[in-house]
Design a protein around this ligand. Structure first.
Ligand code: NAD
Length: 385
């Protein structure tokens, strides 16, 4: 059996799916590992380090694509790459099956088995494979560090002979994995932190990190979707959050916003009015930018200055911390591989709850029901392209 590790082709991507340290257990099972030259360089792993770990390194990308039984990736290979993968081979990575299912049809039609990190069920057994949480942790940390770097103020309260400097005030919107890490990081830097989330359960976690939870009366509606995620709210319920955000923005130096609803555009929570209420020099980091953004003024991927307020809308923050993002991701990938590789052989039990949930397609057919529905809705033209 052969595992192939590609150099990620997406612009700005610096992560790699497996590191040299990941290979020991695979090599011990007699699995060959072939790595594309420079695949791990930006993540701190030289070609020599992969060779020392027992892998072969090549510049021949096509031979990795066509000769591998398993291709762990960070991002989905493009259609030209997909066309070279052999039928029955497995690709595992952030494949965006709910956002861009049509981009996977070349591989699906060729009988490649696709597992998506985004679809791994959030059950206890699969926690060690939860790459979304790993990347959200990195992004939440980095968002605060970026904001601290941009802010023309200090974060901690300082008492000096020249007088006292008050602490920065940070407002975190969406207290899921990224939001909680943003809160913890801002607290470590000495900021005073407030946070808002529609899920009441988030309140206790926010308070346990030493931040204030801002409650909004949403009239007792259900705010929880399945699997610990938020439900999509009505405009009326969203408006109550928007009003709170305008009020809180006026005294916040930094806003980090992370609110998401899986498979839906990010909720537009921050009105222009809220940005205008912020003091000059304030910083807003919209971590929901890849899903369109939480702020009405966000342009995904673009940094803007508006009335002295800086609005950052990064599209791939984990790629700015490639060493640790790759380390965490590689561990998630390895744990997933443990489900499909036994004693050096590929054994896919598609009835397994984790595999069935994460599987985009197997043997030419969609497996995950949500993805199957989306693919069905695709234009017949797109399917045949
Ligand atoms: P996410 O990235 O989908 O969303 C981020 C946050 O935005 C969530 O907390 C959500 O409630 C919030 N949000 C959505 N709409 C909002 C709105 N209109 N206003 C304010 N906030 C809004 O979520 P996530 O970070 O991936 O995780 C959500 C929850 O799932 C967390 O409680 C987390 O602890 C839990 N979780 C469980 C497991 C597991 O059981 N294996 C793994 C990871 C996370």
């Amino acid at each position: 059996m052969r595992i192939g590790i590609l150099k990620e082709a997406a612009a700005g991507e610096t992560r790699v799916a497996l590191l040299p340290e990941s290979l020991k257990g695979l090599r011990a099972q007699g699995i060959d590992v072939v790595v594309e030259a420079d695949a791990g360089l930006a993540a701190g792993a030289s070609d020599q380090a992969y060779i020392d770990a027992g892998a072969a390194v090549t510049t021949d990308r096509a031979s990795i694509l066509s000769g591998s039984d398993v291709l762990p990736v960070v991002n989905a290979p493009d259609a030209a790459d997909q066309a070279q993968i052999r039928p029955g081979a497995v690709v595992i990575g952030f494949l965006k099956p709910l956002d861009a299912p049509a981009a996977l049809t070349t591989a699906i039609d060729a009988g490649v088995t696709l597992f998506s990190m985004e679809l791994i069920p959030r059950i206890t057994r699969a926690q060690s494979m939860d790459a979304l949480s790993s990347m959200a942790t990195v992004a939440g940390y980095k968002a605060v560090v970026m904001a601290a770097d941009r802010l023309p103020r200090l974060f901690p309260m300082l008492m000096t002979a020249a007088g006292t400097i008050p602490p920065a005030r940070v407002f975190v919107i969406g207290a899921g994995v990224a939001g909680l890490q943003a809160i913890a990081t801002a607290r470590r830097l000495g900021a005073v932190v407030e946070a808002y989330d529609v899920r009441a359960a988030a309140g206790e976690q926010v308070r346990s990190l030493g931040a204030k939870f801002l409650d909004v009366d949403l009239g007792g509606i259900n705010t929880e979707g399945g699997g610990g995620y938020a439900a999509e709210l009505t405009e009326e319920a969203l408006d109550r959050g928007r009003d709170l955000i305008v009020k809180t923005a006026a005294h916040s130096d930094v806003i980090v916003t992370t609110a998401l609803v899986p498979g839906r555009p990010a909720p537009r929570l921050i009105r222009r009015e809220a940005v205008e209420a912020m003091r000059p020099g304030s910083v807003l980091v919209d971590l929901a930018a890849p899903a369109g953004g939480n702020c009405a003024l966000t342009q995904p991927g673009v940094t803007q200055e508006m009335g002295g307020v800086t609005l950052l809308a990064p599209l791939n923050l984990p790629a700015e911390v490639p060493v640790h993002a790759s380390q965490l991701y590689a561990r998630n990938v390895l744990n997933f591989l443990g489900l499909i590789v036994k004693k050096g052989e590929l054994t896919i039990d598609i009835a397994d709850e984790v595999l069935a949930g994460a599987c985009v397609a197997h043997q030419g057919k969609p497996v995950n029901a949500r993805v199957a529905k989306l693919l069905e809705a695709e234009q017949p033209v797109a399917r045949s392209q």
